[in-house]
Design a binder for this molecule. Structure first.
Ligand SMILES: C[S@@+](CC[C@H](N)C(=O)[O-])C[C@H]1O[C@@H](n2cnc3c(N)ncnc32)[C@H](O)[C@@H]1O
Length: 165
């Protein structure tokens, strides 16, 4: 039987948590900022703050509408469309992000895939060597290599990529 929307939602949530927990551990010894692309309600941002309390986490979002407990300070927000703010971040930080989490999609899988193809080359240059990129959508990178998923993540609901060099 096909999965219900609730099944798909639950799979996405448990996969985000499993991948973020795994990625936070893997980059623990690296210096550099973390980027959250798509704040939404702020659930994943809140979790990232929880598991990486000492890390600078910059949030990219076009309109802040998060839960008050999950709203980043103004100086940690890059407000606007990611196609504008990601190139600005590259000028500001260079290839420095040790973890980039992207959850920018909506409910339409085809539109999400088109968006992922467009945004992948804009994200790719920001990731540091050894850094990880976690996404709810399949991405289209040249130099970043897809990684095996950690236990608890559901294949197809979350993706992890790494820059080896
Ligand atoms: C699915 S929600 C993120 C949910 C979040 N991970 C959470 O746990 O609450 C996607 C967010 O991405 C933002 N977004 C989508 N496309 C964007 C774009 N081109 N530039 C900036 N933000 C964008 C939307 O405004 C929305 O808040």
């Amino acid at each position: 039987m096909q999965q219900s929307r609730l099944d798909l939602f639950v799979d996405r949530m448990v996969s985000q948590r499993a991948c973020l927990d795994h990625a936070a551990g893997a980059i623990a010894d690296m210096d550099g900022p973390v980027f959250e692309l798509g704040l939404g309600n702020g659930r994943t941002y809140h979790h990232m703050r929880h598991i990486m309390p000492d890390r600078d986490i910059y949030v990219f979002e076009r309109a802040i509408a998060s839960h008050p407990d999950s709203t980043p300070p103004d100086d940690m927000v890059l407000l606007g469309d990611v196609f504008d703010t990601l190139p600005q971040a590259l000028e500001r930080f260079g290839r420095a992000a040790v973890l980039i989490h992207a959850d920018l999609g909506g409910h339409n899988r085809e539109k999400n895939d088109i968006f992922a193809r467009k945004v992948s080359p804009v994200i790719e240059p920001l990731l540091a060597v050894g850094g990880l990129m976690v996404s709810s959508d399949k991405m289209y990178f040249d130099a970043l290599v897809e990684q095996p998923l950690p236990e608890g993540a559901v294949p197809g609901r979350c993706f992890i990529y790494r820059r080896a060099n």
